[in-house]
Design a protein around this ligand. Structure first.
Ligand SMILES: Cc1cc2nc3c(=O)[nH]c(=O)nc-3n(C[C@H](O)[C@H](O)[C@H](O)COP(=O)(O)OP(=O)(O)OC[C@H]3O[C@@H](n4cnc5c(N)ncnc54)[C@H](O)[C@@H]3O)c2cc1C
Length: 421
């Protein structure tokens, strides 16, 4: 059953997220009988209105051009382009990397019509794929495994709110608020998201979000925030010895095709779904192409993550300064960040040196030789009490929650709540 090469043999895909839907669209367009199964009630239900950024600096190719080449229609979902971002240094200085090129495209995840998940779903359905929601299938019975994260290497928590503030993005590196990672503010068309990412496992995690919101309220006094809901999710960062095993293709986060440093996984999810479909159609070899086209970036991100795990605000400040100096010199804020993400010989070397210590074996990976970046332990400096402002924000959220405000991802949880809604 796992061999989907025959014209009439149905191809079963586990997971109707970005990677699964991308693969389904290409296969269905080629006349295959495609069935996509998802445990949730709809595509995007995992995220419930979260904003995410499609980064556009890692490669020379613009991601939307790639989508077009693969036959996707990016106008099927809303994407808001940004050419400038507030870069918030650890000491609260705010500078602005900018570019003439598109730096980020903000898309919404979820079940609303304009989300990327629904845009990709419509294209899969139009191509003729059949999608079965609330459908549990076995990995052994599927050709493509596209069910997103399994284990937890990091988590992110955010609050969605109404605001009268114009469209805006801010990216903050401050270890206290986002241990080992970053926090961000995204505002699109009157809806805002403040999110913090935790690359170290914490107790009472909600204090990180409350304190982060308090920080943004203080430094962006015109935020005018009315909380709607809290969202979040986990990230699974793995290196796989094999990306195709027993005729099954592991794509997106199920195949560990993620950015270990900062979690920009959407581009690789779609890309790997496309490659798996192309292999099934006899156009390429998935294993070879993943290693050639995607793994160099994943390995670079592993090396970057290893370095990030060893530093704190002092180094974050130096990074911010270097970024701005480079922009002054080159007149383009995307060059420095692009270089950080691009493969280089010394990063490959570092990758080979550090992975034996950095990753742990996953014994349940059906012989694929999966090694996961474990969710790292908290540091002593992560233990602190919320400020009075953060406490107030927590209480405000409790009221909103009691009044019906939803939480799509439980605090301190290792498992996402797979709701049946
Ligand atoms: C809070 C948060 C913020 C993020 N922000 C960004 C960002 O700004 N930019 C970016 O590029 N990336 C971001 N990411 C990462 C990005 O969301 C993922 O890398 C990407 O969605 C992975 O795509 P996927 O197809 O592998 O999985 P998904 O798109 O998550 O799809 C997986 C699907 O499989 C389904 N599923 C799960 N288990 C099963 C099962 N057993 N059987 C059947 N179906 C199953 C799920 O319901 C889901 O629909 C973020 C992640 C999180 C958690």
């Amino acid at each position: 059953m796992a061999d989907g090469a025959g014209a009439t043999e149905p191809i079963h895909i586990m997971g109707a997220g970005l990677s699964g839907l991308a693969a389904a669209t290409i296969l269905a367009k080629a006349g295959k009988d495609v069935h996509v199964h998802d445990v949730r009630a709809d595509s995007g239900a995992r995220f419930d209105g979260d904003f995410q950024a499609l980064e556009n600096w890692t490669m020379d190719a613009d991601f939307f051009q790639q989508l077009e080449q693969w036959g996707f229609d990016a106008s099927q979902f809303r994407a808001t382009e940004f050419k400038v971002v507030d870069l918030i240094h650890p000491d609260d200085v705010i500078t602005q990397p900018k570019s003439d090129r598109v730096a980020y495209r903000i898309v919404e995840r979820g079940t609303a019509e304009h989300t990327i998940d629904q845009g990709m779903k419509r294209q899969a359905l139009e191509a003729g794929a059949k999608i079965h929601y609330k459908s549990r299938v076995k990995e052994e019975d599927c050709t493509i495994i596209a069910c997103g994260p399994k284990g937890t290497s990091a988590v992110a928590y955010g609050e969605i709110f109404k605001t009268s503030h114009p469209n805006h993005i801010a990216f903050q590196m401050k270890d206290k608020l986002a241990p080992g990672a970053y926090s961000y503010l995204i505002i699109v068309e009157g809806v805002g998201l403040i999110c913090t990412c935790l690359w170290r496992k914490q107790s009472k995690s909600e204090r990180f979000l409350n304190e982060t919101i308090a920080w943004y309220e203080k430094h962006y006094p015109e935020l005018d925030r009315t909380p709607i809901k809290r969202v979040g999710g986990k990230g699974d960062f793995t290196i796989n010895q094999r990306y195709k095993q027993d005729g099954r293709y592991y794509v997106g986060e199920s195949g560990g095709l993620q950015d270990f440093m900062w979690g920009f996984g959407m581009r690789m999810a779609v890309w790997s779904g496309v490659l798996a479909a192309q292999d099934i159609l006899g156009e390429c070899d998935y294993e070879t192409e993943v290693r050639k086209q995607l793994l160099p970036y994943v390995r670079t991100s592993v090396a970057n993550r290893w370095l990030m795990n060893r530093v704190g605000d002092g180094m974050f400040k130096r990074m911010c300064r270097r970024w701005m100096k480079d922009q002054e010199k080159r007149g383009d804020g995307l060059v420095w960040i692009g270089k950080l993400f691009r493969p280089a010989w010394y990063k490959t070397l570092l990758y080979h040196l550090v992975t034996p210590f950095m990753l742990e074996k996953d014994s349940k990976a059906m012989g694929r030789g999966v090694r996961r970046m474990p969710f790292r332990k908290a540091k002593r400096r992560d233990v602190w009490q919320q400020s009075p402002e953060a406490e107030k924000i927590g209480q405000q959220w409790d009221d909103v929650h009691r009044g019906g405000g939803k939480i799509s991802f439980a605090n301190d949880s290792d498992e996402p709540t797979i709701s049946s809604e």
